[in-house]
Write a new protein. Structure first.
Length: 161
């Protein structure tokens, strides 16, 4: 059943108010896999998926390390940099009917990562990072673009296609 656009917006507003009051919970990267298998595979093979593994046992207990290597550990119990670390907690935008409406998905919490959000960790004072070239690194995390399709990868389903 498809709801009229005006009804969806009213529901979105109610959900948004609720989300702002409580914060959206993370569902985990497995919840993204069904609709976004290529994006999930790109993430799974990335260093982000294994971010805690690069730390020693002692570093895994230090907030100054986990702030970047597992930024959602304390509030969401996520032990890596996952889809929702970059795109926001999926509790409200994950349902298929929401993802089919890009405006609605963004209204209830789907975020488009920016250079600023990446640089919150990838910045010059990080102890082991080389200089961060945003445009180049973004290509390495590409799981959405036409350029990726041209390179021979199968398209990843996205709400805005």
């Amino acid at each position: 059943m498809t709801l009229p656009r005006s009804t969806r917006w009213v529901l979105a507003l109610a959900v948004l108010c609720s989300a702002m009051a409580a914060g959206a919970d993370f569902l985990g990267p497995e919840s993204c896999k069904g609709c976004h298998p290529d994006a999930y595979a790109a993430w799974r093979s990335s260093k982000h998926a294994r971010s805690m593994e690069s730390l020693t046992a002692e570093q895994q207990r230090e907030a100054r390390c986990t702030t970047c290597h597992a930024p959602n550990l304390a509030d969401q119990s996520m032990t890596a940099i996952s889809c929702e670390t970059c795109h926001g907690g999926g509790q409200y935008y994950a349902p298929a009917y929401v993802m089919k409406d890009p405006e609605l998905a963004r209204l209830v919490g789907l975020q488009d990562p920016s250079e600023k959000s990446c640089r919150s960790c990838h910045e010059p004072s990080s102890p082991s990072l080389r200089p961060f070239q945003f445009a180049e690194k973004l290509k390495a995390m590409d799981h959405w673009s036409v350029e990726r399709q041209k390179r021979g990868a199968s398209p990843s389903p996205r709400a805005d296609r």
